[in-house]
Design a binder for this molecule. Structure first.
Ligand code: GAR
Length: 189
Protein backbone atom coordinates (compact mmCIF):
# COMPACT_ATOMS: atom_id res chain seq x y z
CA UNK A 1 0.00 0.00 0.00
CA UNK A 2 1.34 3.43 -0.99
CA UNK A 3 0.24 6.38 1.09
CA UNK A 4 -0.09 9.87 -0.35
CA UNK A 5 -0.32 13.24 1.36
CA UNK A 6 -1.64 15.93 -0.95
CA UNK A 7 -0.79 19.57 -0.19
CA UNK A 8 -3.15 22.26 -1.52
CA UNK A 9 -3.75 26.00 -1.33
CA UNK A 10 -6.57 26.71 -3.78
CA UNK A 11 -9.35 25.27 -5.90
CA UNK A 12 -8.24 21.64 -5.68
CA UNK A 13 -9.08 20.45 -9.20
CA UNK A 14 -5.86 18.43 -9.24
CA UNK A 15 -6.64 16.93 -5.83
CA UNK A 16 -10.08 15.90 -7.13
CA UNK A 17 -8.66 14.30 -10.26
CA UNK A 18 -5.93 12.42 -8.37
CA UNK A 19 -8.45 11.14 -5.81
CA UNK A 20 -10.78 9.93 -8.55
CA UNK A 21 -7.93 8.35 -10.51
CA UNK A 22 -6.83 6.23 -7.53
CA UNK A 23 -10.33 5.58 -6.15
CA UNK A 24 -10.53 1.95 -7.25
CA UNK A 25 -6.82 1.31 -6.75
CA UNK A 26 -6.51 -0.51 -3.43
CA UNK A 27 -2.71 -0.14 -3.53
CA UNK A 28 -2.86 3.65 -3.22
CA UNK A 29 -4.47 5.64 -0.42
CA UNK A 30 -4.68 9.40 0.09
CA UNK A 31 -3.94 9.57 3.77
CA UNK A 32 -4.62 13.29 4.18
CA UNK A 33 -4.89 16.68 2.54
CA UNK A 34 -2.65 19.37 3.99
CA UNK A 35 -3.91 22.91 3.46
CA UNK A 36 -2.49 26.32 4.37
CA UNK A 37 -5.48 28.41 3.24
CA UNK A 38 -8.74 28.34 5.21
CA UNK A 39 -10.58 29.76 2.17
CA UNK A 40 -9.40 27.06 -0.26
CA UNK A 41 -12.22 25.28 -2.07
CA UNK A 42 -9.98 22.20 -1.96
CA UNK A 43 -11.12 21.76 1.67
CA UNK A 44 -14.73 21.19 0.53
CA UNK A 45 -13.54 18.75 -2.10
CA UNK A 46 -11.48 16.79 0.44
CA UNK A 47 -14.48 16.58 2.79
CA UNK A 48 -16.71 15.27 0.01
CA UNK A 49 -14.03 12.76 -0.90
CA UNK A 50 -13.85 11.68 2.75
CA UNK A 51 -10.18 12.55 3.10
CA UNK A 52 -8.99 14.03 6.43
CA UNK A 53 -7.86 17.66 6.16
CA UNK A 54 -4.90 18.96 8.14
CA UNK A 55 -4.89 22.77 8.27
CA UNK A 56 -1.44 24.23 8.85
CA UNK A 57 0.05 27.52 9.97
CA UNK A 58 3.54 28.65 8.94
CA UNK A 59 4.73 27.69 12.42
CA UNK A 60 3.37 24.12 12.16
CA UNK A 61 4.74 23.79 8.69
CA UNK A 62 8.30 24.66 9.67
CA UNK A 63 8.33 22.46 12.75
CA UNK A 64 10.05 19.12 13.21
CA UNK A 65 6.76 17.86 14.71
CA UNK A 66 5.05 18.25 11.33
CA UNK A 67 7.72 16.11 9.64
CA UNK A 68 7.25 13.50 12.35
CA UNK A 69 3.49 13.60 11.86
CA UNK A 70 3.90 12.74 8.17
CA UNK A 71 6.44 10.05 9.02
CA UNK A 72 4.12 8.51 11.57
CA UNK A 73 1.43 8.32 8.87
CA UNK A 74 4.01 6.39 6.79
CA UNK A 75 3.61 8.75 3.84
CA UNK A 76 5.37 7.41 0.72
CA UNK A 77 4.81 10.45 -1.46
CA UNK A 78 3.91 14.08 -0.84
CA UNK A 79 2.09 15.62 -3.80
CA UNK A 80 2.03 19.39 -4.16
CA UNK A 81 -1.18 20.07 -6.08
CA UNK A 82 -1.34 23.85 -6.30
CA UNK A 83 0.44 24.37 -2.98
CA UNK A 84 2.01 27.80 -2.74
CA UNK A 85 4.44 27.73 0.18
CA UNK A 86 8.09 26.87 -0.23
CA UNK A 87 8.89 23.49 1.30
CA UNK A 88 11.24 23.80 4.29
CA UNK A 89 14.62 22.13 4.16
CA UNK A 90 13.92 19.68 6.98
CA UNK A 91 10.88 18.34 5.11
CA UNK A 92 12.81 18.00 1.83
CA UNK A 93 15.58 16.14 3.67
CA UNK A 94 13.12 13.81 5.39
CA UNK A 95 11.42 12.93 2.07
CA UNK A 96 14.17 12.73 -0.55
CA UNK A 97 12.65 12.10 -4.01
CA UNK A 98 9.36 11.69 -2.21
CA UNK A 99 7.88 15.11 -2.88
CA UNK A 100 6.52 16.01 -6.32
CA UNK A 101 5.10 19.27 -7.62
CA UNK A 102 3.12 20.29 -10.67
CA UNK A 103 3.98 23.57 -12.34
CA UNK A 104 1.78 25.11 -15.06
CA UNK A 105 4.62 25.92 -17.50
CA UNK A 106 7.60 24.33 -19.18
CA UNK A 107 10.31 24.67 -16.54
CA UNK A 108 12.95 26.06 -16.28
CA UNK A 109 11.03 28.85 -18.01
CA UNK A 110 8.44 30.75 -15.97
CA UNK A 111 9.41 29.15 -12.67
CA UNK A 112 10.54 30.49 -9.33
CA UNK A 113 9.05 32.80 -6.74
CA UNK A 114 5.93 34.67 -7.87
CA UNK A 115 5.26 32.34 -10.81
CA UNK A 116 2.10 30.51 -9.86
CA UNK A 117 -1.38 30.02 -11.28
CA UNK A 118 -2.59 32.77 -13.59
CA UNK A 119 0.61 34.82 -13.18
CA UNK A 120 2.41 32.15 -15.16
CA UNK A 121 -0.12 32.24 -18.02
CA UNK A 122 -0.09 36.05 -18.12
CA UNK A 123 3.70 36.04 -18.47
CA UNK A 124 3.69 33.32 -21.15
CA UNK A 125 1.07 35.15 -23.25
CA UNK A 126 2.80 38.53 -22.79
CA UNK A 127 6.07 37.03 -24.03
CA UNK A 128 4.26 35.69 -27.15
CA UNK A 129 5.52 32.17 -26.57
CA UNK A 130 4.40 29.68 -29.20
CA UNK A 131 4.07 26.87 -26.69
CA UNK A 132 3.56 26.23 -23.00
CA UNK A 133 2.75 23.17 -20.94
CA UNK A 134 3.09 21.48 -17.60
CA UNK A 135 6.04 20.16 -15.64
CA UNK A 136 5.89 17.51 -12.94
CA UNK A 137 9.11 17.49 -10.96
CA UNK A 138 10.72 16.37 -7.73
CA UNK A 139 11.00 19.05 -5.08
CA UNK A 140 14.33 20.21 -3.71
CA UNK A 141 15.27 23.16 -1.50
CA UNK A 142 14.81 25.71 -4.29
CA UNK A 143 11.59 26.79 -6.04
CA UNK A 144 10.71 24.85 -9.20
CA UNK A 145 14.16 23.43 -9.83
CA UNK A 146 14.16 19.73 -8.90
CA UNK A 147 14.61 16.89 -11.37
CA UNK A 148 11.90 16.80 -14.06
CA UNK A 149 9.66 13.72 -14.17
CA UNK A 150 7.30 14.65 -16.99
CA UNK A 151 6.49 17.55 -19.32
CA UNK A 152 3.55 17.89 -21.70
CA UNK A 153 3.08 20.71 -24.20
CA UNK A 154 0.36 22.75 -25.90
CA UNK A 155 0.56 25.31 -28.70
CA UNK A 156 -0.56 28.88 -28.19
CA UNK A 157 -2.91 30.39 -30.77
CA UNK A 158 -2.33 33.88 -32.14
CA UNK A 159 -5.20 35.27 -30.11
CA UNK A 160 -4.46 33.25 -26.96
CA UNK A 161 -5.42 34.89 -23.66
CA UNK A 162 -4.25 33.94 -20.15
CA UNK A 163 -7.72 32.45 -19.55
CA UNK A 164 -7.78 30.36 -22.71
CA UNK A 165 -4.25 29.15 -22.00
CA UNK A 166 -5.26 28.28 -18.41
CA UNK A 167 -8.03 26.07 -19.81
CA UNK A 168 -5.55 24.22 -22.05
CA UNK A 169 -3.12 23.75 -19.16
CA UNK A 170 -5.94 22.49 -16.97
CA UNK A 171 -6.68 19.77 -19.56
CA UNK A 172 -3.03 18.70 -19.56
CA UNK A 173 -2.90 18.60 -15.77
CA UNK A 174 -6.03 16.47 -15.57
CA UNK A 175 -4.64 14.05 -18.16
CA UNK A 176 -1.04 13.72 -17.01
CA UNK A 177 -0.59 14.49 -13.31
CA UNK A 178 -2.12 11.26 -11.93
CA UNK A 179 -0.20 9.22 -14.49
CA UNK A 180 3.07 10.87 -13.44
CA UNK A 181 2.28 10.15 -9.78
CA UNK A 182 1.58 6.52 -10.61
CA UNK A 183 4.93 6.27 -12.42
CA UNK A 184 6.75 7.69 -9.40
CA UNK A 185 5.01 5.27 -7.04
CA UNK A 186 5.91 2.35 -9.26
CA UNK A 187 9.55 3.45 -9.36
CA UNK A 188 9.82 3.62 -5.56
CA UNK A 189 11.34 0.67 -3.77
C1 GAR B 1 -2.46 24.35 -11.04
O1 GAR B 1 -2.58 24.90 -12.32
C2 GAR B 1 -1.00 24.12 -10.70
O2 GAR B 1 -0.23 23.79 -11.81
C3 GAR B 1 -0.62 25.47 -10.16
O3 GAR B 1 -1.71 25.88 -9.39
C4 GAR B 1 -2.91 25.35 -9.97
C5 GAR B 1 -3.72 24.70 -8.87
O4 GAR B 1 -5.01 24.36 -9.32
N1 GAR B 1 0.59 25.38 -9.38
C6 GAR B 1 1.51 26.35 -9.34
O5 GAR B 1 1.37 27.41 -9.95
C7 GAR B 1 2.72 26.04 -8.48
N2 GAR B 1 3.75 27.01 -8.70
P1 GAR B 1 -5.95 23.43 -8.44
O6 GAR B 1 -5.96 23.99 -7.02
O7 GAR B 1 -7.30 23.54 -9.08
O8 GAR B 1 -5.41 22.03 -8.47
Amino acid sequence: MKRLSIFVSGNGTNLQRIAEYFLEDWDVKIENVVCNNPKAYAIERAKKLDIPVRMITKKDFNSEAFVQELQSLKIDLIVLAGFLWKIPENLVKAFPKRIVNIHPALLPKYGGKGFYGEHVHEAVVAAKEVQSGITVHYVNELYDSGEIILQARVSLDENETPDSLAAKIHQLEQAYFPVAIEQVLLSQN
